[in-house]
Design a protein around this ligand. Structure first.
Ligand SMILES: [Ca+2]
Ligand SMILES: [Ca+2]
Ligand SMILES: [Ca+2]
Ligand SMILES: [Ca+2]
Length: 295
């Protein structure tokens, strides 16, 4: 999670730089020795941002698991002075996901039988924006896979094809990825409180219960792999946690503690997550609501 936050911050910086260089391009004209009439007539489609969100969370874990549904949003903008023509959008889905029938929409054009064939967006006027949405279901996968990634391509008659960009990462034109977890896991940060109040400046520790259930035995957790918060804090204490039924549901829970200062939680955060593995390598991840206090 820390890398996500960092990359979001970096993405803002990158966006600003791109905007500046784009403004510079517009200085080109017939009186500019570098002016090239052919390229001036081309439409300008920048690498479109493609984001992913968890829209159906079957087990309420706050993280993506097999059976959960992800929604992608792609925003295509013509930043040039001429219309982009015969524009299409194609996308190769991650093999660990399945397209949700009829879930694709575009604010203009014809979706057709996407993703088998590209979406036909037609003509995009200068300054105009087209938004595409579609959904996939996370399929069952081998326990090593923790990221599903894919990237779309925008093509047309009068500009070079461009690949989509994950705006949450500093790299330009990179695939959009979502962390998915094989195992179903529920956690309770500060057991019994929802949302848990956390003062990011506190010098104390935050208790986090990994909840057992009929489906999940907390003794299967590999405690050495468990981390909490954006900065991936490891549990305090030599034993890395203790077994106790914190919510009196008859299933034993694993109670872990993390130093607030090591968690990376900052003012304004609304959730925090635990990730790790089971002893057999199955990936685990879950989030719970928090509310920051103090300043
Ligand atoms: Ca889930
Ligand atoms: Ca990126
Ligand atoms: Ca809680
Ligand atoms: Ca319990």
């Amino acid at each position: 999670m820390d890398t996500h936050l960092q990359s979001r911050l970096t993405a803002i910086t990158v966006g600003t730089i791109a905007g500046v260089s784009m403004a510079g391009c517009q200085l080109n004209g017939p009186n500019d020795p570098s002016f090239d009439e052919a390229s001036a007539l081309d439409a300008a489609i920048a690498s479109p941002p493609k984001t992913v969100a968890l829209v159906e969370d079957q087990d309420g874990s706050g993280t993506a698991n097999p059976g959960d549904v992800l929604e992608y949003t792609i925003v295509i903008e013509n930043t040039g002075d001429v219309a982009a023509t015969s524009v299409t959008y194609s996308d190769a889905l991650d093999p660990n996901t399945a397209f949700v029938d009829r879930s694709a929409t575009a604010t203009q054009g014809t979706v057709g039988d996407f993703p088998q064939s590209p979406i036909d967006l037609g003509r995009i006027e200068p300054g105009a924006t087209v938004t595409i949405l579609f959904r996939v279901t996370v399929e069952d996968f081998s326990s090593e896979v923790v990221d599903v990634c894919n990237q779309g391509t925008v093509a047309g008659d009068n500009f070079s094809p461009v690949m989509t960009d994950d705006p949450d990462t500093p790299d330009a034109s990179d695939p959009t990825c979502a962390a998915v977890f094989a195992g179903s896991l529920l956690i309770d940060i500060k057991p019994g409180s929802d949302p848990a109040s956390i003062n990011p400046k506190s010098r104390g520790v935050i208790p986090v219960a990994i909840l057992g259930s009929a489906m999940f035995d907390v003794n299967d957790v590999d405690r050495t792999t468990i981390t909490f918060g954006p900065a991936d804090a490891s549990p305090t204490h030599k034993a890395l946690g203790h077994i106790e039924d914190v919510n009196d549901d008859g299933f034993m829970d694993l109670v872990t503690h993390y130093r607030t200062q090591e968690s990376g939680i900052v003012q304004g955060d609304t959730e925090a997550c635990v990730t790790g593995n089971e002893l057999d390598g199955t990936s685990l991840g879950a989030c719970d609501a928090i509310r920051t206090v103090g300043n």
